[in-house]
Design a binder for this molecule. Structure first.
Ligand SMILES: Nc1ncnc2c1ncn2[C@@H]1O[C@H](COP(=O)(O)OP(=O)(O)OP(=O)(O)O)[C@@H](O)[C@H]1O
Ligand SMILES: [Mg+2]
Length: 439
């Protein structure tokens, strides 16, 4: 600066160095640092919750002192699932279920419906975090369930319940309680309209595991995914069915995401996705129809919109399909969300099948990622996917090149280009069809 901002005098500003960082005085330690080999692991081993599908996602079970955040849309079944877990675990030791959303009576009613009554399952309707800690000290539970973190308040913190300051304080206090006493803790979290967890993003950093519980409003199927997991993999999913008598785990969910029909219909293609290590047979549907609108509609459900647009662009540019004045609807079956590139080929085939009005044969699956050049690229675990399809009675598969040895019981066609795969749904020449009709 040439001129001083304060006295307006020229040439008086002098450069000075930043103050040197001051040394930190050593303070007494809370616990001595020990060689890693001497640290006991027993206290940190996962204990199965009794609900297999949940254990699969958690990576074995609930870890004592570990804090799990279970987030999901209203009514998806968070309280139902946790009440079942609470009842299961109550068989081995006291469990404390703290509800800030319902009265204890309402929770008992639900427990009766689910058959989740147990003498060791303690209920408390409480919204103050300080009282919650007193309950924890009185019950000394092995498992603590807090439904929900947004309804709890810390009495000596300002801010509305569910606000950023309150959630941070409440979560901090709960995590400290869990770690100090070695209690496995599950917090229920609300989600906002766009599906993210309500409250500060920091909440997700604070807890050890973040689980998302998802499902369509009109379907019974519920999927549990780990978004973050300090104790296990994040690529596993748990499948559940929400029934009147509670939540039932589905250890073999393949086939749920298929429509039941006997005759093949144009516009659908079956594929196999890998959710974690588990192959899932799913169906992709597309409807391509002439649009009355100047800007045709592109609507998707369960699929990534930009990915669908990309595949449509590849179809248009590389295979000469005319889609510019067509409405395109693309969706999955059963409310499942497919984000893997491996579904590209099935999506392309479903769109082409609908556009050409040619159905794929029954027992047919397609697996592969589609590149911008119209190439079909390989994806992870192709063999595992094909083997799963074969197990479920599929007889024909279109897969990327370099598949390797054949799999008994299923015919495998390797393709390099999208156009090779699309020859299966090519428009039949009119004359050929007419002559076949005469036959
Ligand atoms: N009597 C009943 N019979 C069958 N299903 C029921 C019955 N009562 C509730 N349900 C189902 O249970 C679901 C509610 O589950 P739950 O209360 O566990 O959801 P939640 O995720 O805890 O919701 P919230 O965020 O509002 O607390 C509802 O979607 C409903 O379909
Ligand atoms: Mg609830």
């Amino acid at each position: 600066m040439g001129r001083c901002g304060e006295c307006q005098a020229w040439g008086t500003v002098e450069e000075g160095g930043a103050p040197a960082p001051s040394a930190v005085a050593p303070a007494p330690v809370t616990s001595r640092a020990r060689p890693i080999t001497e640290i006991s692991v027993e206290s940190a081993e996962a204990v199965p919750t009794g609900v297999d599908e949940l254990d699969r996602v958690l990576g074995g079970g609930a870890v004592p002192g570990g804090v799990v955040l279970l987030a999901g849309e209203p009514g998806v079944g968070k309280s139902t699932l946790l009440l079942e877990v609470a009842a299961m675990r109550a068989a081995e030791g006291p469990v404390l279920y703290v509800t800030g959303e319902e009265s204890a009576g309402q929770v008992r009613l639900r427990a009766e419906r689910l058959g989740a009554l147990s003498d060791k399952l303690y209920l408390a309707a409480e919204t103050s975090i300080a009282s919650l800690v007193s309950h924890v000290d009185a019950v000394a539970p092995r498992l603590l369930i807090v439904d929900s973190v947004q309804t709890m308040v810390s009495p000596d913190t300002v801010g509305v319940p569910g606000g950023v300051t309150q959630i941070r304080q409440v979560a901090g206090a709960l995590i400290q309680t869990a770690k100090e006493r070695g209690i496995a803790t599950v917090l229920v979290g609300h989600v906002t309209k766009d599906g993210s967890i309500a409250g500060p993003r920091m909440l997700e950093h604070l807890v050890d595991v973040v689980l998302h519980f998802e499902g369509e409003r009109h379907s019974q199927l519920r999927l549990l995914r780990a978004v973050k997991n300090r104790y296990g993999p994040t690529d596993e999913i748990g499948c559940f069915e929400l029934t009147e008598s509670g939540i039932v785990g589905l250890p073999d969910p393949s086939g749920l995401f298929l429509t039941e029909r006997t005759a093949p219909v144009p516009g659908t293609c079956v594929t196999v996705t890998l959710e974690g290590r588990r192959p899932l047979i799913t169906e992709v549907q597309a409807l391509v129809a002439t649009s009355p609108l100047p800007a045709p509609r592109r609507a998707t459900s369960g699929l990534d919109t930009s990915r669908v647009n990309m595949i449509l662009a590849v179809l248009e540019k590389r295979t000469g399909m005319r889609l510019a004045n067509m409405d395109v609807y693309a969706s999955t079956v059963g409310g499942v969300k497919l984000t893997e590139p491996a579904v590209d080929l099935a999506l392309a085939m479903a769109a082409a099948s609908s556009n050409n009005d040619v159905a794929l044969p029954t027992g047919f699956i397609a697996i592969g990622e589609v590149g911008l050049a119209g190439d079909v690229r390989t994806v992870t675990g192709v063999r595992r996917r094909v083997a799963e399809a074969q197990r479920l009675g599929f007889t024909e598969a279109v897969v990327p090149k370099h598949f390797g040895d054949p799999v008994p019981g299923i015919r495998v066609h390797e393709v390099e280009e999208l156009s090779e795969a699309l020859s299966r749904v090519a428009k039949r020449p009119r004359r050929a069809r007419a002559s076949r009709d005469e036959d």
